[in-house]
Ligand binder design. Sequence first.
Ligand SMILES: Nc1ncnc2c1ncn2[C@@H]1O[C@H](COP(=O)(O)OP(=O)(O)OP(=O)(O)O)[C@@H](O)[C@H]1O
Length: 345
Amino acid sequence: MGPHPAVAAIRLAVRRVLHDLLTEHHRAPAAVPHALAHEPSPPPLVLVACSGGADSMALASALAFESPKLGIRAGGVTVDHGLQAGSDLRAAEVVQRLRELGLDPVDSVAVTVGRAGGPEAAARDARYAALDTAAERHGAAAVLLGHTRDDQAETVLLGLARGSGIRSLSGMAAVSGAGGRYRRPFLELDRQTARKACMVQSLPVWDDPHNADPAYTRSRLRHEGLPALEKALGKGVVEALARTAQLSRDDADALDSWAAQAETTVRDAAGQLECAKLYALPPAVRRRVLRRAAIAAGAPAGSLFARHIEEVDRLITGWRGQGAINLPGKVVAQRQGGRLVIRQG
Ligand SMILES: Nc1ncnc2c1ncn2[C@@H]1O[C@H](COP(=O)(O)OP(=O)(O)OP(=O)(O)O)[C@@H](O)[C@H]1O
């Protein structure tokens, strides 16, 4: 008898990603010192980022099962955010569970969570910094994350509520980070399947109380927003939102490359942006050109919002002699004799 369907599903999802990694590894093996150049390159190491929750425990179990069959080394990292009493004990417990699955090396990394951008963003920044460091320390080829289709649907809704265009609707990528380090094998799998896979394999899981705390936006969305949407629109809404993410990502990539090309055609010989040529571009491309120009002038991408770009756009499409527009990073945009000048002032 084969494994339970939920276990088969998580293993298949992980196997696909491991196959991709092996193909990439054989195509571009890591640089080796000259003396070792003739020896076979060591098998790649893949780490699972594990909170101890159902999604990442399911991921760890599937990695532990699939990696030896493909000659891949598998390890794990858990990050202790230090946000709850006893979080160090919980991290130690996760380490033990990962070792019991046969993963090696397994690390627990304690981080200090700052305040920048709010509690969720600060914890995320600290977590990714710790995962980056762990991956580099061990020379890992990839770090697997347990984001599911449900997480993706939540991310799309959060982007939609920000009102900043299709890039923010495109959610999380299956491959991201420096050199494609982060992989999300469960992005097309629902949370229930991951949880079920843990249950049937008798894997103990830890339910993060933050996930149920209504003080957090994502938690409210998970427990109130999405269930209300499902009630109104039907069960397929999560899948539809996840599909929206993929379609939006492709559209956003296409528009970005269009804008990169257009930018070279709207500058004069001195490199200044010509307002008439900007005016002739489709709005979606023009706004991207303006955003690129503002970032090139020194505006930090993370602080540059849709409303900033709309104001700059009005210098082109709604010109009535407005003054200079102040942008984040002390960048100023102003119209001067048919040219749009964007510079740090
Ligand atoms: N403390 C942590 N240590 C290591 N990895 C983490 C930690 N917290 C989250 N991750 C990684 O990020 C992924 C997404 O985490 P998040 O908390 O957003 O989702 P989740 O649905 O609660 O996941 P999980 O059920 O695995 O905790 C996790 O599946 C895991 O891979």
